[in-house]
Ligand binder design. Structure first.
Ligand code: CUA
Length: 347
């Protein structure tokens, strides 16, 4: 094979290897599990590097010995066979014991990390996390707050997340903060979490759960304690009343167009904090205007995107439940404008 082609193949392999790096780490900015900003993620990344360097050491030793043997014991044109080591007891024992020791080290390190990331912290803030097809609901039961799509956490404070599902299997994962946790219907999975740096992080559903699995994302906003408390108190307030004509028309359209069948605003049906999350169909919209993202973090919460979402939900997120109720283009332009004005006012 011509040399230029051989080196081209090598380049391609190197490029593929480089491209696979981010896959291993969890793609995207703000979602790199090897860039931890939470106690659990830090422990997990630490374990990853321990195993990585152990594996790298094994690789170097084994490949080094292999290359050494290839050159040292190559056929030099002699007629006789080299010295045979088959059945050499000390060698057999050595290469049986050594991997055992290495793997036992990995096992101990893994057990330690599993214990560390699963240990509950007393007096932690309690948050219920409920997976729905295809969005995430977040409830703060002690503060009577319910929201969706955007999980707020206080900086450097312990939080216990109770992960569950309202329908099928989901999987809650914020790569930079902690481990993956399965969301099961009718069962609480607990995850103690503590973020150690303010900022916005990306969360994902990490288990295939239907058509829009890939669009079942969320944002995590980590704030210093005082800012978090202000946010929480704001979310616990009743929704603001519509003031402008457009907002009032939007409130009317909300009640008259079927929106209220699935979505709650205020205490018409109070955020009920059902233990299994079953009675909630769509996200609670009491403070939807305060959120940074919409529809499972597939778009920013801007009036333009909100209007587009109301106008043609199925083009933005095919298969979403809202489409079974509000078909593309069913709401008039005026209704969409009024609804957008009303919903965006709900800060
Ligand atoms: Cu929910 Cu994938």
């Amino acid at each position: 094979m011509p040399r230029s082609l051989r080196s081209g193949g090598g380049c391609r392999l190197a490029l593929i290897a480089l491209a696979c790096g981010p896959l291993l780490a969890g793609c995207g900015e703000g979602a790199n599990m090897l860039d931890p900003h939470g106690v659990g993620a830090r422990d997990i990344a630490g374990l990853f590097w321990v195993i990585f360097w152990m594996a790298a050491g094994v690789f170097v030793v084994v490949e080094g010995l292999l290359i050494f043997a290839i050159f040292r014991f190559r056929n030099r044109g002699e007629a006789r066979l080299p010295t045979q080591v088959q059945g050499n007891r000390p060698l057999e024992i050595t290469w049986t014991i050594l991997p055992l020791v290495v793997l036992f080290g990995v096992l101990i390190a893994t057990f330690n990390t599993m214990k560390a990331v699963a240990s509950p912290v007393p007096n932690a803030l309690q948050v219920e996390v409920i997976g729905h097809q295809w969005w995430w609901e977040f409830q703060y039961p002690d503060q009577k707050v319910v929201t969706a799509g955007e999980l707020h956490l206080p900086l450097n404070q312990p939080v216990t997340l109770h992960i569950k599902s309202a329908d099928v299997l989901h999987n809650f994962w914020v790569p930079e903060l902690d481990r993956k946790v399965q969301a099961l219907p009718g069962h609480d999975n607990i995850i103690p979490i503590m973020a150690t740096q303010s900022g916005t992080y990306h969360g994902f559903c990490a288990e295939f759960c239907g058509l829009e699995h890939a669009m079942m994302r969320f944002e995590v906003v980590v704030q210093p304690g005082d800012q978090f408390t202000t946010w929480l108190q704001g979310q616990a307030q009743p929704p603001v009343q519509p003031t402008t004509a457009a907002q009032q028309a939007g409130a009317k359209a909300f009640a008259g167009s079927g929106c209220a069948t699935c979505h709650q605003i205020g205490s018409a049906k109070p955020p009920g904090f059902p233990s299994n999350g079953n009675i909630i169909i769509g996200p609670n919209l009491s403070h939807v205007g305060s959120r940074g993202v919409l529809a499972g973090d597939i778009m920013a919460n801007t009036p333009q995107d909100m209007a587009h979402w109301l106008q043609a939900p199925d083009t933005m997120k095919p298969g979403n439940l809202m489409t079974t109720f509000i078909h593309n283009g069913q709401l008039s332009q005026q209704q969409v404008q009024d609804l957008t004005a009303y919903l965006e006012s709900l800060k």
